[in-house]
Design a protein around this ligand. Structure first.
Ligand code: ZN
Ligand code: ZN
Length: 282
């Protein structure tokens, strides 16, 4: 293990943008959570014992029209903040049925893959990206951020369920996506991985790269930022990836802070400067 110390700052405008985004996501998260609760079909008998992510096995009944509304709200917020953004007008014109079909297809086919890879592979994802004269990355960004509150509501609906989370897995046992961050418990050093899509957390060995599963401690390092305590970067020299980790001093009583990913953007800058790249994608 090697240790490094760095200093860095945080862009204000970015934080404001993500606060707006988060407010929209929270609204739809709450609506979807209520809908899943009242529909009572968030669980399929015996599904927990089958292989694969729970999302595949349980197949929750998401309201695709609500998804379309959320997509349009997020697009409108971006258009309001960045009126001249190339292609944003075209994205606002994407027909609702194409959006809801894309959502259904992508959610039903997620499995041990990065979300954006899956998105661009699916036929509707292709159609969606090709439907507008906009950067594919922008369409993907809006789409993924629209999917998030729905999968977060699904993951939350499973709380209290007894299913065996796969420890040390590279992929989320609930939705099959990659982790974007980690949470380390200060009192015992355990590290949990946090899903980039649904927010579920699962236990992972401290000395293990969640992206390439390297366990050679000579190739694993920790980077800390001098003036910002309570967080660190777990980096892997075998695959060049890094994981941002929040140190949790509450003895595991709380999850990651809501804006943890954005509030620690300085860690991304430090990691990038050291030559490590983000392998989360989404
Ligand atoms: Zn997940
Ligand atoms: Zn690695």
């Amino acid at each position: 293990m090697q240790n490094h110390t760095e200093k860095a700052g945080m862009p204000r405008e970015l934080l404001d943008f993500y606060r707006d985004l988060r407010a929209i996501q929270d609204k739809y998260y709450e609506e979807c959570r209520q809908a899943l609760k009242s529909s009572g079909n968030t669980r399929r008998a015996g599904a927990e014992s089958l292989p694969g992510p729970l999302l595949h096995r349980v197949k929750p009944d998401f309201d695709t029209r609500r998804f379309t509304d959320a997509f349009k709200d997020i697009t409108a917020m971006i258009a309001r903040r960045r009126p001249g953004l190339k292609g944003i007008g075209g994205i606002e014109q994407i027909p609702g049925p194409l959006l809801s079909q894309s959502f259904a297809e992508v959610v039903n086919s997620l499995f041990n893959q990065e979300f954006n890879e899956k998105f661009t592979e699916t036929s509707y994802g292709k159609r969606l990206s090709g439907a507008v004269d906009a950067d594919t990355g922008l369409v993907e960004f809006i789409f993924i951020n629209t999917v998030r509150p729905f999968l977060r509501a699904f993951a939350r609906s499973l709380d209290g369920d007894r299913f065996e989370a796969l420890e040390n897995s590279s992929f989320c046992p609930v939705c099959g996506c990659r982790p974007d961050m980690g949470r380390a418990l200060k009192h015992n050093g355990q590290r949990y991985l946090h899903c980039s899509l649904c927010g579920h957390e699962w236990l992972s060995k401290r000395l293990l790269c969640p992206y390439c599963l390297n366990e050679d401690h000579h190739l694993l390092s920790t980077i800390t930022v001098d003036d910002i305590p309570g967080c660190r970067i777990d980096a892997c020299e075998a695959c060049g990836s890094y994981l941002k980790v929040i140190v949790d001093e509450t003895a595991g009583a709380s999850g990651l802070p809501e804006m943890a990913d954005i509030e620690t953007v300085f860690l991304d800058i430090v990691a990038n400067q050291k030559g490590f790249t983000n392998k989360t994608f989404y």
